[in-house]
Design a protein around this ligand. Structure first.
Ligand SMILES: [Zn+2]
Length: 425
């Protein structure tokens, strides 16, 4: 990375989407807050001006200019739910899935999340870092400048801490800002799965040893639980998240992904930052989210990849008044994509989002789900100068172009970081 010049002006964009509008699109309200004939001024890593291009040019006559050449300028994307640190991809399972082999049968043959747990436990921290770097580079090249990353393939104290240490090192090695989440309650580990007593002992371990150790390490901001019938039940989830809160870890929840189990309501009751997935959220869950500040985070790439017939009720959540975010769920089992623009397409085509609502959900919505209150996910004075230039004539064209390579350039804190900039090692 080079040193940033004093002031940078982004000029000649067909559209600038500041993403400062409300969640829901109406005749008078645009969630993406699109402006024409508008320039953006950047200085010392922050946005310092957004306004009519002639005015901005007059205010900064000596600034270096970036010619957007009729493209679209947006905030950097905020991917608020990923599992980007893992061992190897599980490509062989995909071929089986495509032949119709059920997940339980794949798991019985040694695949599924168990395979990722065995794999991660056998690797050292350096390997995890080296394997994650190219994935983060892919995310950056697709416009993501802030991403949450969860642990959760270790499922014992040392393997979870190893994962969180790898995430901490990755923060210093590449441009994406990473927000770390402890997901020791991703699944019951093989050694704690045989009986109800075994499972109870794992919850004891999470509460009595793992959460205190993670909190003492300072390596995680959030504590997350996979609450779903057959995985962690309501009382276990509440106990784990309350233990996290007692240790200063803010709650998040994998909620109502495949079956409704009251997880969205529990997330709201605990004041969670977000309830994620929501493929089977109930009417009561939608109402609870709508009346709270807990963000409803939707992960449609997962439902697409798993071939699920039912999509999360995105339209109903927005219409009810919930704050929504879109994220990739990037992981080796159910969503091996780093492409948040594709997720926006899925939200529009299958969940009733407008393109403007989808762009806001992938920027300002993601920042809300991560409780980042520094203006991230928007282009407004004082916000971090995280910008993406898209090779499109409008913001609405970003989801329309369905996974096309339309990301022309990415700037992080005012510094050009993609394409063509190698990560530091
Ligand atoms: Zn997840």
């Amino acid at each position: 990375m080079t040193n940033p010049p004093d002031t940078l002006l982004f000029v000649n964009a067909a559209e600038v989407a500041t993403c400062t509008g409300p969640v829901r699109q109406t005749d008078s309200a645009d969630p993406s807050a699109v402006h024409q004939c508008t320039a953006v001024a950047v200085r010392d890593g922050l946005v310092v001006g957004v306004g009519a291009q002639a005015d901005v040019l007059a205010r900064y006559p000596d600034a270096e200019q970036i010619d957007c050449a009729g493209g679209t300028l947006t905030p950097g994307l905020v991917d608020s739910h990923t599992h980007a640190v893992f061992g190897r991809f599980r490509t062989e399972e995909y071929a089986l899935r495509c032949q119709g082999v059920p997940y339980m049968e794949i798991a019985r043959r040694g695949g599924g999340i168990n395979a990722s747990v065995r794999d991660l436990r056998a690797r050292n921290e350096d390997e995890l870092v080296e394997m994650a770097l190219p994935r983060l580079a892919e995310m950056l090249a697709l416009g993501t400048t802030t991403a949450e990353v969860k642990s959760g393939y270790g499922l014992d104290t040392e393997s979870e801490l190893k994962t969180l240490r790898a995430i901490r090192r990755l923060m210093e090695m590449q441009p994406i800002d990473l927000v770390p989440t402890f997901l020791g309650a991703h699944e019951f580990p093989p050694e704690h799965r045989a009986s109800a007593e075994d499972r109870a002992r794992y919850v004891d371990l999470l509460v009595g040893e793992m959460i205190p150790a993670v909190a003492a390490s300072g390596l995680a901001r959030f504590c997350d639980v996979f609450m779903e019938p057959g995985v962690f039940d309501g009382p276990q989830t509440e106990r784990i998240l309350r233990a996290g809160l007692d240790h200063g870890l803010r709650p998040k929840l994998h909620a109502d992904e495949l079956e409704g189990s009251g997880a969205a309501e529990l997330a709201v009751a605990l004041g969670a930052a977000s309830a994620d997935h929501l493929g089977a959220v109930s009417e009561a869950g939608i109402a609870a989210l709508a009346s709270s500040s807990t963000v409803a985070t939707l992960l449609p790439a997962t439902l697409f990849f798993l071939g699920r017939p039912r999509w999360a009720p995105g339209r109903a959540l927005i219409d009810a008044g919930a704050t929504v975010a879109l994220a990739t769920d990037f992981n080796p089992g159910s969503s091996p994509t780093p492409n948040l623009a594709f997720v926006m397409t899925a939200a529009c085509s299958r969940m009733g989002f407008s393109p403007a609502e989808a762009l806001r959900a992938a920027t300002a919505g993601g920042a809300a789900a991560l409780e980042l209150a520094d203006g991230r996910g928007t282009l407004r004075p004082g916000a971090p100068a995280d910008l993406v230039l898209w090779r499109t004539a409008s913001a609405a064209e970003i989801p329309y172009r369905l996974a096309a390579p339309i990301c022309a350039g990415v700037w992080k804190a005012g510094v050009h970081v993609s394409p063509g900039v190698a990560p530091r090692r």
